[in-house]
Design a protein around this ligand. Structure first.
Ligand code: THU
Length: 161
C-alpha cells in the first residue's frame, strides 16, 4: 500500500477589502446577482459571476422549480450562460455568494458537487485553472486557485474511452 496525500492551498480573507481589486469586482457582481435569485422554496439566494478572458462578466443565480430537481444552481446557470453567450472563450474565475431570507449566512457558500463537476468540464477543456472565490453575507471569504483542488479525482472524458 502507498499513501497518496492530496493537499491544496485555500486562501482565507477576513473581508472583501482584502481581495485583489479584480476579485472584489467579481464578488460584487455575485452579491448583486444573488438578489435576483428565484428561490421561493428554499429562500436561499445564491449569486455567481464568471470572469472571461475577454473581460466580460456573466452572472447567474439559482432558479428553483415546484418540481424541485428541475431547478438549477447559480454556478451552473452562470457558467452555462457564459458558454452559450461566449462559446470557446476561456474562463478565469467564478465568484459565488449566498444569502438567506431565514438566517444570516455567516460562512462562504461552496459550490455543490454537481456544480464542481460542471466547472471542471470547462477547466479541463481550456487546459487552464478556474479560480473560485466564495462568500456568505458575513464571515470570511475563501478562494481556491482551481476547481480541481475541491474536486480531486474528478470524472472526466478520458474515462469514456
Ligand atoms: N444552490 C446553489 O445555487 N448553488 C450551490 O452550490 C448550492 C445550492 C441553490 C440550489 C437551491 O436553489 C438552493 O441553493 C438550496 O439548495
Amino acid at each position: 500500500m502507498k499513501l497518496r496525500r492530496v493537499v491544496f492551498d485555500l486562501l482565507v480573507y477576513d473581508s472583501m477589502d482584502e481581495l485583489d481589486q479584480g476579485d472584489q469586482i467579481l464578488m460584487h457582481e455575485a452579491v448583486k446577482a444573488r438578489k435576483n435569485a428565484y428561490s421561493p422554496y428554499s429562500k436561499f439566494n445564491v449569486g455567481a459571476a464568471v470572469l472571461l478572458d475577454n473581460d466580460e462578466i456573466v452572472i447567474g443565480n439559482n432558479q428553483e422549480n415546484a418540481s424541485y430537481p428541475s431547478g438549477l444552481c447559480a454556478e451552473r446557470v452562470a457558467i452555462f450562460y457564459a458558454s452559450a453567450k461566449f462559446p470557446g472563450i476561456g474562463i478565469k474565475a467564478i465568484a459565488i455568494s449566498a444569502t438567506s431570507k431565514n438566517f444570516v449566512v455567516n460562512k462562504p457558500a461552496a459550490p455543490c458537487g454537481n456544480c464542481r463537476q460542471s466547472i471542471s468540464e470547462y477547466e479541463i477543456k481550456q487546459l487552464r485553472p478556474i479560480s473560485i472565490i466564495m462568500s456568505g453575507e458575513t464571515g470570511e471569504i475563501l478562494k481556491c486557485n482551481s476547481v480541481s483542488d475541491i474536486l480531486p479525482l474528478a470524472f472526466n472524458s478520458t474515462f469514456l474511452g
